[in-house]
Write a protein that binds this ligand. Structure first.
Ligand code: NAD
Length: 212
């Protein structure tokens, strides 16, 4: 079977969870990357069976998640991590959660994967109009949204969606551009397909912050 790694699953409400279920229903083995600060509650909820109802697949079985990797996609390697985050209790309790380290761990555990889904976003100032967004908030939105094999974008990249602030519209425009360029580059170099799905509005945890 195929192995799918879905980055950006921390509850059962978002796109990542739904995508994981579709791949599981199609017979894929599921690995997920969960944002470090959300890891504890996600794993606890999984263990306690809180997601059992929403783990159910069309054939009646439950989706199994083979492994949950702690991940913070904003950092490529340990050198990038600032001291205050390193010292943060929630981060200090996990290890190997930068992008390169997670990639290495997955490689060690499973050799290679067939499908990579980027289903994460973090716009700390998403509630603010772009006009009032700080450089820090803007760059944070861009930084969490870089492209990969399949990612999730939003129509706010090309049309004005009031309320989708904090540089998230810019982040999605960059993501769509990166998808085109990476499809060309990774396609030629590694025969890897790179796509992004422009999803409709869904009341996920991330979207509640905007009042969608
Ligand atoms: P979600 O809250 O389920 O998923 C976002 C996830 O990103 C969360 O699990 C969060 O913990 C994680 N995350 C945030 N920062 C991270 C980081 N630095 N490293 C690792 N993980 C991090 O919400 P969602 O709406 O399903 O979002 C999934 C994707 O779909 C996002 O790219 C979002 O922009 C996109 N999208 C959402 C909508 C919508 O209306 N909900 C519409 C179009 C596109």
């Amino acid at each position: 079977g195929k192995k799918a790694f879905i980055a950006g699953v921390a509850d059962d409400n978002g796109y990542g969870w739904a995508i994981a279920k579709s791949f599981a229903a199609a017979g894929a083995e599921i690995l997920v990357g969960t944002w470090v600060p959300a890891l504890n509650i996600f794993e606890t909820s999984l263990r306690q069976g809180k997601f059992d109802e929403s783990r159910s697949l069309p054939d009646g079985s439950l989706m199994e998640i083979t492994k949950v990797y702690p991940l913070d996609a904003v950092f490529d390697n340990p050198d990038d991590v600032p001291e205050d985050i390193k010292a943060n209790k929630r981060y200090a309790g996990s290890k190997n959660w930068t992008v390169k380290e997670v990639a290495e761990s997955v490689k060690q555990d499973f050799g290679s994967i067939d499908i990579l889904v980027h289903s994460l976003a973090n716009g700390p100032e998403v509630g603010k109009p772009l006009l009032e967004t700080s450089r820090k908030g803007y760059l944070a939105a861009l930084s969490a949204s870089r492209g990969s094999s399949i990612s999730l974008t939003y129509i706010a990249s090309e049309r004005i969606i009031p309320g989708y602030g904090g540089g998230m519209s810019s982040a999605k425009a960059a993501l769509e551009s990166d998808t085109r360029v990476l499809a060309f580059e990774a396609g030629r170099k590694h025969k890897i397909r790179v796509n992004t799905i422009s999803a409709g509005p869904l009341r996920s945890r991330a979207a509640k912050a905007i009042g969608f």
